[in-house]
Design a protein around this ligand. Sequence first.
Ligand code: CP
Length: 374
Amino acid sequence: MKKSSAKSSPGSGQILPVNQNTRALEPPENSETLRPDPQGLLGNTPIDLKTLKGLVNKSVLSVKDFDRKTVVELCRFSALLEVMEIAPYHLLDGKIVITAFFEASTRTRTSFESAALRLDGKIISIPDAAITGVKKGESLGDIGEMFNAYGDLVIMRHTETDALERIRRNLRIPLVNAGNGSGEHPTQALADWYALLKWKPELAARKGRKQNGGLHLGIMGTPGNMRAVKSFLLMSLIFEENFRRITVISEMADPLGPELRAEIESAGIEFQESSSIQEVIADLDVVYMNSIAFLGDSYRTLDSQNKIDKQSPLKKDAVIMHPLARLDELDTGLDNTRHNLYFAQAHGAVFVRQALLAAIFDRFDRLPEGIPLA
Ligand code: CP
């Protein structure tokens, strides 16, 4: 039998079994890689069930499907799932999730599948468009009609931005956008913010910019063309008072495009652009970076002149975030340093995706008594 320890649940005094599966997430010996403790975000107040119930049966297509309270409560629910042993409660028992990936993925598909399997859900996994009728010219509309009968929720990645509308024409079960061309990647933004809120739980509380001091966020890449960067930026605007300034670092002439530029301007946050990371790196508190964009019908590497390595003059406490996959913009020499929040983003994604699936399927009633939900 598995050895189990126990921890007190916030706000209840109840003892919860501790999640044994997170041991493998511990950084290697002598590594300073960040692995922020979820307990700080969980705090001592119950998670707001009414807010999470707003996700029941909903599709997730864009960061704009979330308000601040929902992001915070979903991340706190993720923290609960990270600290407690959830397997005995079979949250997704009887549910079938279809992961339909018409474009390559390492993290998103496997972390969603891991999330569902660890909660006893079942998976129909499509890792490649070439094994579907798409190869024969079948439409996404027809595929959506079939999925209604085969599963209870679809998680789709596609090379084309308008693929969501096409499959939704006939789809009557919830759809989660796992990346649509250069469009959005909203669940990556949730994983990003889960890592950030664990790192600094005070970012969750709404305070004025002046009281906070504020962080300088550097975004290294082209948000207009990189869906993960775009979704992270949009979600950061929900938490805008935590930032004293946002700097976009890109070699592209217009890294934002008109819509994102208007979003930033209406948030009223101080904003600047730079073509070189060297100009700003010493003042950044958070660096969010990426170099791969899906443009037209292929991947392209953008902003390849801007790179960070162990010799870069980062502030002592600055954190680096990256949705991964990386190329040589982020040197592996940083992996064992205290700047590395990017592995926490990828690891925490399983818990965020568990929380999201459990909320969409309204499986809160499966949780044991004593769970701090109110
Ligand atoms: N972050 C991310 O979307 O990674 P994958 O492309 O591997 O899914």
